[in-house]
Design a protein around this ligand. Structure first.
Ligand code: PLP
Length: 383
């Protein structure tokens, strides 16, 4: 049978046509006309002071921590259950990631865990919209305000999600987006930093291009202005080729999201009565971007056996996110038991905008069969 992949990007003729226009323009590098147009589109979409297009979300997180002046030895609280980019970014600036446990029902950071971890060395927190679902920003922002901390929203998975009527990506003073190939909108690799304060945006843009302004703009100035390098910057620019692709993808975001929503709703109908599975929980005050569809297996189910069975049938699957504090590079005595439990029991099944209803049904049936037989085996055939 035809394989069903875990993820698949929805890139087609419209994106190709946009790329052809960039080729014809003669400016494929970053910070050209398409990059600027994308930044304007993002700032408008999110109602923020500035948007900076960057090469990926990891770069955006790094630039966010630099913008907040995080220094070696500072503590930054990070959501533990996630792709571990936030903790990596904290280490880029020689600061200390402090791992906060998460809610069992949503996988997003638990405001109480954050509160318990605030110390005199804490300077801020990186909150993650886990797998596409926004965290508890009202409570988290209150904590941050009370203790004078910055908040960065890692909305890498959450383009299109909402929290209390506001879009994910606008829920903190700075937000980071990813346009990696397995996120909801993509240019292959790509990212953005959204800032409420335009001064942060301007500083981030400068640091994303070796500390000097747009080379494209420089070429248009009369005379010979020679920019001076006054600080160390990075090359975190997004190419105009990628920006053109993203302009199309963002224009299609409602369509792509509708299809993901339909897939999630169908999984919900097909699997709701399966007692060996807990399906994703979406609290009433927010919506999910469905970057991934992740179920939690009953503790009696052998997850590796389920994965082997699904893959044997050509169905892609994965473990979902990571418990960051358990990764060898972040070795820490601090425990996050809920995150560790989700890391042990979660299973991501195919979720993308190209799935057909037949494929969704095939996945649901295979998953149901696999968890049943993998729990029988775990119980020594007794069930
Ligand atoms: C994917 C992801 C990232 C990394 O995004 P890149 O654009 O690949 O750097 C960061 N944070 C989270 C939560 C992610 O899921």
């Amino acid at each position: 049978m035809e394989p069903i992949t875990l993820v698949r990007a929805s890139l087609g003729e419209q994106e190709l046509a946009a790329v052809a226009e960039v080729f014809a323009s003669g400016w494929p590098a970053g910070q050209g006309p398409r990059g600027k147009a994308l930044e304007a589109q993002l700032a408008e979409m999110y109602g923020v002071g500035d948007a900076v297009a960057v090469s990926n979300c990891g770069a955006a997180l790094h630039l966010a921590l630099l913008a907040f002046g995080v220094e070696p030895g500072d503590e930054v609280i990070v959501a533990d259950y996630t792709f571990p980019a936030p903790a990596q970014a904290v280490r880029y600036v020689d600061a200390v990631p402090v791992f906060a446990d998460v809610r069992a029902d949503t996988g997003t950071v638990d405001p109480q865990s954050v509160a318990d971890l605030i110390s005199p060395r804490t300077v801020g927190m990186i909150v993650v919209d886990t797998l596409g679902i926004p965290a508890d920003y009202t409570e988290l922002q209150e904590l941050a305000d009370r203790h004078g901390l910055f908040v960065v929203e890692d909305a890498a998975c959450a383009v299109g999600a909402t929290y209390r009527g506001r879009p994910a990506g606008s829920l903190a003073e700075v937000a980071c987006l990813s346009f990696h190939g397995r996120k909801g909108a993509t240019s292959g690799e790509g990212g953005a930093l959204l800032a409420r304060d335009p001064r942060i945006g301007a500083q981030v843009r400068l640091r994303s291009s070796f500390g000097i302004g747009s080379i494209f703009d420089l070429g248009k100035v009369v005379g010979l202005p020679i920019p001076e390098f006054t600080e160390i910057g990075y090359n975190y620019k997004l190419s105009d080729i990628a920006a053109a692709i993203l302009q199309v993808q963002l224009g299609r975001i409602d369509e792509l999201l509708d299809r993901r929503n339909a897939v999630a709703a169908r999984y919900g109908e097909l699997l709701a009565d399966e007692e060996l599975l807990t399906l994703p929980h979406v609290p009433e005050d927010r919506t999910h971007a469905w970057q991934s569809y992740v179920v939690t297996l009953d503790a009696r189910v052998d997850r590796a056996a389920v994965a082997a069975e699904l893959r044997g049938q050509g169905i892609g699957c994965g473990q979902g996110a990571w418990a960051t504090h358990l990764q060898p590079v972040f070795e820490s005595d601090h425990k996050c038991p809920v995150s560790a439990d989700l890391f042990a029991r979660n299973l991501a099944v195919p979720m993308h905008a190209e799935l057909t209803s037949d494929q969704v049904e095939r996945v649901a049936a295979a998953l149901r069969g696999a968890v049943r037989s993998a729990s029988d085996r775990a119980l020594g055939g007794a069930a």
